[in-house]
Design a protein around this ligand. Structure first.
Ligand code: GLN
Length: 192
């Protein structure tokens, strides 16, 4: 059975764990470097990217995760998780993990009160999925070879760069498992 780790320092952890189990994989709580051993993929959840970054430093997880990213471990960042993966964050001198070839802007859809739900069409998967945005970032530009999978109001909200998948919204807060399943398929692709 595939093991998918969920970075569990802050944020929407339980919801990801439940969804992972609902698609038939084992969910692993990641709180320290030892928890990364033996996982086949890693999810970086939503929350507050600045807080998660501080905790990554405190629990000595930044470098081990960067190392695994460079070795090809598939990683999926949702909302704050996307910000953690991004190679560049608008207005910041340096990124957090900095492994995914995208530039992100934080809080680009307004404030907490402006959280909203919409339907997104993912043409590549021939599907429409419900998407919950909570003080969401968006991707303002992508590097060469990065695949844009969905946009909302002409802003990039879902993209894939090699073994990295990132989205602005929270797929774990809905019952739709399309995007998680896409990540599970990426894990299969990379473990061959
Ligand atoms: N606004 C948050 C940040 O910048 C992300 C919000 C979320 O993950 N729902 O980190």
């Amino acid at each position: 059975m595939k093991k998918i780790g969920v970075l569990a320092l802050q944020g929407a952890v339980r919801e990801h764990m439940d969804q992972i189990e609902s698609v038939g994989c084992e969910a692993v709580v990641v709180k320290e470097a030892n928890d990364l051993i033996g996982i086949n993929g890693l999810i970086l959840p939503g929350g507050e990217s600045t807080t998660i970054r501080k905790l990554l430093d405190r629990f000595h997880l930044l470098e081990p995760i960067q190392r695994l990213a460079k070795q090809g471990l598939p990683m999926f960042g949702t909302c704050a998780g996307l910000i953690l993966l991004a190679g560049e964050i608008v207005g910041y001198e340096s990124p957090h993990l900095g492994v995914m070839n995208v530039v992100v802007q934080r809080n680009s859809f307004g404030r907490q009160v402006d959280s909203f739900e919409c339907e997104l069409t993912i043409s590549k998967l021939e599907k429409t999925v419900p998407a919950v945005f909570i003080r969401a970032p968006h991707i303002i530009s992508v590097g060469e070879d990065v695949e844009v999978l969905a946009t909302y109001q002409e802003r990039i909200v879902l993209a894939r760069d090699r073994h990295f998948l990132g989205c602005s919204f929270h797929p774990e807060l809905t019952k739709d498992t399309t995007i998680l399943q896409y990540f599970v398929d990426m894990i299969d692709e990379y473990s061959k």
